[in-house]
Design a protein around this ligand. Structure first.
Ligand SMILES: [Zn+2]
Length: 468
């Protein structure tokens, strides 16, 4: 999620960030820097996080009715769909009524995007974000102006809930790369966001001493990372015998956090580890608090259902697909959007006093690492950027794809050719992947008719056939 948010003029210019201009930008208070939408969300959440459950439900139902009514009135896709199914916004009087409305899967979104976006929006004036996620087949989604700052409002609220403050130096180990001529391409200081940016790509057994050195020198109090990268950092630093208590807090996102990873991170780093769940389509956000490892379903963000394969709701303790309706993106109303991710809802209440419903586990986004002969590991999330880059370069001809590691030195890109498929696009995709993997593996491609999916129609972006 942050990857998308982080894409701005500044993050494309690391040299500006590490100098006086970055420092100056850091002085502007967030409420001014991030504007009206940011302030609106912060004001709402300051109060609403303490609402009783019934108040949240009233808010959600009103927002649902508003969204469904808006979609029917403004979006040619929904109007046709609802008419076909014989439902209308007036039918939505309780939460149970929502089940009468059709769901929307990723393929529906992909194929009907132009008709889902209300014609009143000029696509050229909207902000575009590329999905990657577990499907690996990206699509460019439009968002309204103000969306980015709305997201920031939600995230800063979460971060502050667990004690992060803007004056605390953070280490960031996510997607942002460092220019090769700044500190050997390992790190740079982003003064505008008071962070040390660590290169995810250069992290390896041969460079770990440089990471450890910069952490020991600056002693950032917060680590913001992908779970797999935080885990690698801990593994590698342990291998070289480095053990220092540096962080007060670890904030993770964008990937599944496996329990063994959480345990290892908490033990080695000696601090709480928190993870949120979100996705680029922005229909559901599961946050956290300082008193529990359970996810808090952020009720102001969207309406979430957990559905079993037969379409009925999962009971507490049972896994169900996260199906969600967004509240805030008028350029792209998504009603009952099937994320393909599985989660286990819980009936407990958190001891922090917030009455959000809880999720005990996210089971989705399973993915393997790609390993290379020099013992480097690449997480599927890092590999998503390959797809994003190809898509942004206009190579949009992959209806579906999957990366399969067949041998330690061989990776196969399986592609289901789409309408705009070109050999050149496929060559470029393989080239980008080859580059990302440090030219260590033979990357070959295979055209296939379909990619195998799980019963929940999920698929692994990366499938490793190597023994453990
Ligand atoms: Zn809580």
């Amino acid at each position: 999620m942050l990857y998308r948010l982080g894409r701005s003029f500044f993050s494309d210019h690391p040299r500006l960030l590490s100098g006086p201009i970055g420092a100056l930008a850091g002085w502007v208070p967030r409420s001014i820097r991030h504007g009206r939408e940011y302030r609106r969300i912060r004001e709402l959440l300051a109060e609403s996080q303490w609402w009783p459950r019934e108040r949240h439900e009233r808010y959600q139902l009103a927002k649902l009715q508003e969204t469904v009514g808006y979609a029917y009135a403004q979006s040619p896709y929904y109007r046709e769909l609802f008419d076909r199914d014989g439902v209308s916004p007036a039918d939505l009087r309780t939460f149970d009524d929502l089940r009468r409305f059709p769901t929307l899967c990723k393929e529906d979104l992909r194929e009907n995007l132009d008709r889902i976006v209300p014609p009143s929006f000029d696509r050229k004036r909207l902000m575009n974000f590329v999905t990657g996620g577990t499907t690996g087949s990206g699509v460019v989604l439009p968002f309204e102006e103000g969306y980015r700052n709305r997201e920031r409002g939600f995230f800063w609220q979460l971060w502050e809930t667990v004690g992060y403050r803007p004056d605390m130096l953070a280490a960031v180990l996510r997607h942002r790369e460092c220019p090769p001529d700044l500190n050997g391409g390992i790190w740079y200081r982003d003064r505008s966001s008071n962070a040390i940016i660590l290169s995810p790509e250069r992290l390896g057994p041969d460079t770990i001493h440089q990471y450890v050195e910069v952490l020991s020198r600056y002693r950032p109090r917060v680590l913001i990372a992908y779970p797999s990268l935080a885990h690698l950092l801990v593994r590698y630093s342990r291998d070289v015998g480095w053990k220092e208590k540096i962080f007060d807090l670890v904030l993770l996102g964008s990937e599944t956090l496996y329990e063994f990873q959480r345990r290892e991170l908490e033990t080695e780093l000696e601090c709480p580890v928190r993870i949120h769940y979100g996705h680029v389509e922005s229909c559901a956000l599961f946050g956290y608090c300082d008193q529990s490892n359970d996810y808090h379903v952020q009720a102001e963000y969207g309406c979430v259902e957990f559905l079993k394969e037969d379409g009925t709701p999962a009971q507490p303790g049972e896994a169900g697909e996260i199906v969600a309706t967004n509240f805030e993106n008028r350029a792209l109303p998504l009603i009952r959007y099937r994320t393909g991710d599985l989660a286990v809802p819980s009936e407990r209440l958190c001891t922090c006093g917030r009455q959000y419903s809880l999720v005990s586990k996210i089971q989705g986004r399973e993915g393997d690492f790609i390993r290379t002969p020099s013992q480097r590991s690449y997480s599927p999330t890092v590999l998503e950027f390959v797809m994003d880059a190809a898509l942004l370069e206009g190579h949009d001809g992959f209806a579906d794809l999957q990366i399969v590691q067949t041998r330690l030195d061989e990776v196969v890109v399986r592609v289901v050719p789409g309408r705009q498929f070109t050999e050149e696009g496929l060559r470029r995709l393989c080239q980008l992947l080859d580059e990302q993997l440090g030219f260590e593996c033979r990357v070959r491609s295979e055209l296939v008719e379909q990619i195998e999916r799980t019963p929940m129609r999920k698929k692994r972006l990366v499938l490793s056939q190597l023994p453990d």
